[in-house]
Design a protein around this ligand. Sequence first.
Ligand code: FE2
Length: 318
Amino acid sequence: MSRASEKRGDVKAAGGVKPGPPFFITRKQELGLRIKASQGIVMNKVPTSLVIGQPTSFDDYVRQLMIPTRVLELARKASAIRFSAWEAEAIRASIAPGRGKEKGLLRKILELKARKDDSHPPYIRVACTGRGDYDEMAAAEYGYKLDGGGEDIHKGEFGSPVVLELWPAQHYSPMHSHGMTTGIIYCLSGQIDVMAYDSLKWEAKKVGLLTLTPGQCAWLDGERFAVHKVFCPMDGGDAPVGPDNLLNDSSNYAATFHVYLNQSELPLVRARPEPDTRDEFTFVDEKTHKIVPFPTYSDISWSILRKVMADYAGKIGM
Ligand SMILES: [Fe+2]
């Protein structure tokens, strides 16, 4: 078995290597799915690209013809966003494995999340508006002030239209649906694999696989590419990461910037998360293979994370 497939969690079986998480595909199937994604997924007889980019050929242009204008506008607005060197370094330091006082805020949150949900290796949702579930913990530990407070089991808020997601190397999401929202997944740093599915069920057909690098943008709307699974293929350390080892041993990570617009923009404050909007997405549980609702609570707010990052940058003199 190759080192790469060992790292992916593939297991040796009688008839060869049985593909493991996150995508459960062979190298040959992976190549086929990457070719399919690069050629565009045929919808209404037109091959449609999963990635938004500046067309460089007639074929490229055709593949991007059916991308909705609303999505192109979101991508255009995001196109110049990058982390600065100190931001990237502060996140790396906070995600790195460590003991005692050396353990950063993001690694602590990852450990808490892995204890709460052991169905897949965790990733971090940073709410760019509103509060996150671990804001209070971070504020108490780092001496920041928070205003107000919730009484829910979730201390944060759901349904943020703009979310920063942090993917430790080799960690992945379950397969999930973004309902009827329209949005973009913009890669800020590192490298991220996106597998698109034709529906939300464990046995769903895989329609294409692509890798996003900084500056590249994938998209979705209610009818196209709404169901996907995201995986950070970077080096996560020596031990394979998966259901039996939920936390990597590496500070490598990818960061993605997500924007979700509801079909008709509703007020952000409501009593219950509404299905098929960005309040509540659905996912397939990696263990039970059942479809489960996911109220989109975030882990931490950008305002708190930025303070932690700025403190770190000050400490190392950046
Ligand atoms: Fe997603």
